[in-house]
Design a protein around this ligand. Structure first.
Ligand SMILES: [Zn+2]
Length: 259
């Protein structure tokens, strides 16, 4: 979806002045953000920091999809929630936190699983999609919906001490999709976070980097991570970059797909 920039009022010009001072963003870039919709799949460890920065930075409309409720064990890393929200749907808890930080944007909580039908409804309305989910079936479903709608997808993952980050952009048919990179669809069991530990600030680092990528995509700023997978070792804080290519026989984005 391409949205026309919109004028900023005085409160917005002041609130976003440190962005506007950047030549690479300026008023034009900030206007693009104000007119943009970001769809965030998951309001957990990655979605929490990602939505905090997207909201603070002035993305005009955030749609947050999560079917889960806030549990005590989430608060170790899911910093958009707090102890007063135990038992509250995560999407609604996130909405309340974000509204308190930035009442000038619209936050739409969607308390539901990100299944094919839901994604078919929301992905075409998004200018950028952030996959902040924690399981392979959802990741593949989000990827299929983004390829179909030609929506840019910023993908992050954080398990134990290992972080991953990359971007897919189906607006350009020649670029790879998530399935090109991870062809194994996995099984439908619970996400890794349900069974494995996760180093709290690792989710913050990856989630913040997803927000940075999403802002870059929306503004058209710098160079995105299309075709480049970033791997972070949380124990050494060393990043590694792996290049990857489109699989011409990919069942999702390849030639047989009929795009
Ligand atoms: Zn593909």
């Amino acid at each position: 979806m391409t949205t026309a920039p919109r004028e900023l009022n005085d409160a917005e010009l002041l609130r976003y002045s440190r962005h506007i001072l950047l030549d690479e963003i300026g008023i034009e870039g900030q206007q693009k953000l104000a007119a943009s919709t970001a769809l965030i799949i998951g309001a957990g460890g990655l979605g929490a920091p990602a939505t905090l920065y997207l909201a603070a930075a002035g993305v005009g409309r955030l749609v947050i999809v999560d079917h889960d409720t806030v549990e005590l064990s989430n608060l170790q890393r899911q910093i958009v929630h707090d102890a007063s929200r135990l038992g509250v749907p995560k999407a609604e808890s996130a909405r309340d936190t974000l509204a308190a930080i930035n009442p000038l944007i619209e936050v739409i909580p969607v308390v539901a699983r990100a299944d094919d039908a839901l994604l078919a409804q929301w992905v075409p309305q998004a200018d950028v999609v952030l996959d902040c989910s924690d399981n392979f079936p959802t990741r593949h479903a989000v990827n299929r919906a983004c390829v179909t709608a030609r929506a840019p997808l910023v993908s992050g993952a954080a398990v134990r001490f290992d972080g991953q980050l990359t971007t897919f952009d189906s607006r350009d048919n020649a670029t790879p999709c998530y399935h090109c990179l991870f062809p194994d669809e996995g099984d439908a069991s619970d996400g890794p976070c349900a069974t494995f530990g996760v180093f709290a600030p690792l989710t913050g680092i990856i989630g913040c980097a997803q927000a940075a990528e999403a802002l870059k995509v929306l503004i058209g700023l710098g160079e995105t991570l299309v075709g480049r997978l970033q791997l972070l070792d949380g124990k050494t804080l060393r990043w590694k970059e792996l290049r990857y290519k489109k699989d011409p026989r990919c069942p999702v984005c390849g030639e047989q797909h009929g795009a």
